[in-house]
Design a protein around this ligand. Structure first.
Ligand SMILES: [Zn+2]
Length: 205
């Protein structure tokens, strides 16, 4: 896909307009630009109204050629009672050298669900399982900072709002990948993440 912006015309603009449910006239005018900005704002992208590689990637939310058969649940290793925004998590992962936030979905301390990287892309959240899975992370998972060694202790810190959001998010992902099974990160790594038995809790979703 080519980078397109205000003033662009042609097939790529039609493709964009179809995805955003706009009139498909193939002309990138003010309404198309407005829709692009709204989409970028809702997906944690730079809001510039220009459709470049990152925005194209995020627009391809439809199940791709990627065969997803696992949904892996994580905690963010945030001390209980604190909140990391999706942008803070994204910055941490960028500093770690990832191309973007490692998770596909992020649930903050208030139970709000945020899109991470596009589902069409392999994640960066679980070694040897990234290409076949969707990663969902909730904010929390460790005791408060006042507990010594808190960062290495797993704790189920989910609030009722986060529990409800996790169920909504998993059901939404499963609607696109019905055969996918739900797991906790700890099943595939020697870490306490996500601090509870995700496989058991979500086996009937
Ligand atoms: Zn994890």
């Amino acid at each position: 896909m080519n980078t397109i912006k205000r003033g662009s015309r042609g097939a790529d603009v039609v493709t964009l307009q179809k995805i955003l449910n706009l009139a498909t006239d193939g002309i990138f005018g003010p309404l198309t630009e407005e829709a692009v900005r709204e989409f970028q704002r809702g997906h944690g992208l730079a809001v510039d109204g220009i459709v470049g590689p990152k925005t194209w990637a995020a627009l391809n939310v439809a199940p791709s050629s990627r065969a997803v058969d696992e949904i892996i649940i994580h905690y963010s290793a945030t001390p209980e009672g604190e909140n990391f925004t999706v942008d803070q998590i994204r910055q941490m992962h960028l500093q770690r050298g990832f191309a973007d936030i490692g998770y596909h979905w992020y649930i903050d301390a208030h139970g709000a669900i945020f899109a991470g990287r596009s589902e069409s892309l392999a994640g960066a959240h679980c070694t040897n399982h990234n290409t076949r899975s969707i990663g969902i992370c909730y904010c929390g998972g460790c005791p408060p900072r006042s507990v010594s060694g808190w960062a290495n202790i797993g704790k189920d810190t989910r609030t009722e709002a986060q529990k409800a959001a996790l169920i909504r998010c998993i059901k939404d992902v499963k609607s696109r990948y019905p055969a996918a099974t739900v797991h906790g990160h700890c099943e595939f790594a020697s870490k306490p993440c996500p601090g509870f038995n995700a496989k058991e809790e979500y086996k009937n979703l």
